[in-house]
Design a protein around this ligand. Structure first.
Ligand code: ABN
Length: 177
């Protein structure tokens, strides 16, 4: 067995040597060495290239972070995230109040694959928060379809109409998926 293996290695060695000799003769020694040198430098540089090694992990993590625009409930939210302004994903920061009118969208939760109905209430009565601006527009429509539009101040029907930030409360599961 060992003898067979040794013979195989020697044969392989001979073939490789013959191939290299042939290439060196055909190309000339200088260009043969420059090709080999280029290949070695190229192989050494490969691991330094900027490959994406994250495998989509960053995106998956952002889908669970309610202070990131990529959080799944914010798929149709246009405004400042209340989670960055002292509130939570479904309650307004202290001193502000939820808008009396709102627009409703649907977003898919990547954890269970279900589509949920989300109410995007603006929080009103305090000057604009200015933190974590987001503009996601899944299912959103232009202003002439007002009930499907997110780029307006939904505090318009409140006594205190100043816009502060936006929350995203789950109000049901979408039957249509
Ligand atoms: N619905 C958020 C918002 C408020 C004011 C202006 C534009 C968008």
């Amino acid at each position: 067995m060992l003898e067979h293996f040794a013979k195989f290695v020697i044969a392989f060695d001979d073939i490789a040597e013959a191939g290299i000799r042939h290439s060196a003769q055909a190309l000339g020694r200088r260009s043969f060495l420059s090709i080999i040198g280029g290949a070695l430098v190229g192989a050494a540089a490969l691991p330094m290239l900027p490959f994406d090694r994250s495998g989509g992990r960053a995106h998956a993590l952002a889908a669970e972070d309610d202070k990131a625009c990529e959080y799944w409930r914010y798929c149709a939210l246009d405004g400042f995230l209340c989670t960055c302004c002292g509130g939570s994903v479904s309650s307004c920061p202290p001193g502000s109040e939820p808008s009396a009118v709102t627009w409703v969208g649907t977003c898919q939760n990547p954890q269970d694959g279900k589509t949920y109905v989300i109410s995007y209430n603006d929080c009103c009565g305090v000057t604009s928060c200015g933190r974590c601006p987001c503009s996601s527009n899944v299912g959103e429509r232009p202003g002439y379809r007002m009930g499907f539009h997110n780029d307006i101040n939904w505090c318009m029907a409140n006594d205190r109409t100043i816009y502060h930030c936006t929350i995203a409360a789950v109000i049901g599961v979408s039957e249509s998926g």
